[in-house]
Design a protein around this ligand. Structure first.
Ligand code: C5P
Length: 237
């Protein structure tokens, strides 16, 4: 499996999500399961998606004391997920303890990435919680902390990718949502970037939801996203 496209499975129920997956080929994309679907459908549903052959990114953004997050991550890894994430603002101890706890999975260890600053937060939102840095400076700070904690990468907006690529290692994985082709509606995404441009700016994986899940032909849309990033020269990390 070497697709760079992670389809966001943003459905309300496992029934809707399963119907969608019935027509999708696990050789053509990976799948992201977030808080809504996980809360509705639970770990058995995650196992069922993995059993269909999909690589699953479990997007639960853990943020708690180090022991709790490390243990939750081990349970997620036991499910067989390919990637999972934590909030970098949980700090160095939380991230490195979680990273260490996943060592026991050896070569089957899921990729562990972090969320830096939620893209829903602007400068004044950060100031309200006592952070005086600009959002971009805070993203770079937290991405550097994530890299130093030994994690595999961060989720970042397309607007941050090229800045981040300059300050972190080339094998550090950047996972980018907010991706649209010219013909796609932006929806509630404020700044969108095309798939080829996102890869050129240094993204490794693109999270795409509605342009594929709501397409008249999801497979056709997925094929277009796959071919738009096929020219990427950087090997998959
Ligand atoms: O439908 P759309 O392509 O906008 O879906 C993008 C997915 O990426 C959604 O699951 C959304 O929650 C997620 N996401 C995002 N922006 C972020 C982080 C995650 O759109 N900054």
């Amino acid at each position: 499996m070497n697709s760079r496209i992670i389809v966001a499975l943003d459905f309300e129920s496992s029934k809707q999500a399963s119907n969608f997956l019935d027509n999708l080929d696990p050789e053509e994309c990976r799948i992201k399961i977030g808080k809504e679907l996980f809360t509705a459908s639970g770990p058995d549903f995650v196992r069922s998606v993995i059993a269909r052959g999909f690589d699953v990114f479990l997007d639960l953004k853990y943020h708690d004391i180090p022991n709790t997050v490390a243990k939750a991550a081990v349970v997620a890894a036991d499910l067989g997920v390919w990637m999972l994430n934590v909030h970098a603002s949980g700090g160095m101890a939380m991230m490195s303890k979680t990273r260490d706890a996943l060592e026991r999975f050896g070569a089957d260890r899921p990729k562990l990435i972090a969320v830096t600053v939620l893209t829903s937060m602007a400068g004044n939102d950060l100031a309200q919680i006592g952070i005086q840095a600009s959002p971009l400076d805070q993203v770079v700070r937290l991405a550097t902390l994530t890299e130093n904690a030994g994690l595999d990468g961060v989720v970042c907006s397309a607007a941050e990718t090229s800045t981040l690529r300059k300050s972190i290692g080339s094998d550090f994985c950047l996972v980018t949502p907010g991706i649209r082709r010219l013909e796609d509606a932006a929806g509630d995404q404020k700044r969108v970037v095309g798939p080829g441009e996102a890869i050129a700016n240094g993204s490794d994986y693109l999270v795409v939801g509605r342009p594929i899940t709501k397409a008249a032909s999801p497979n056709l849309a997925l094929a277009e996203f796959n071919s738009a990033v096929a020219g990427a020269v950087k090997p998959l990390v």
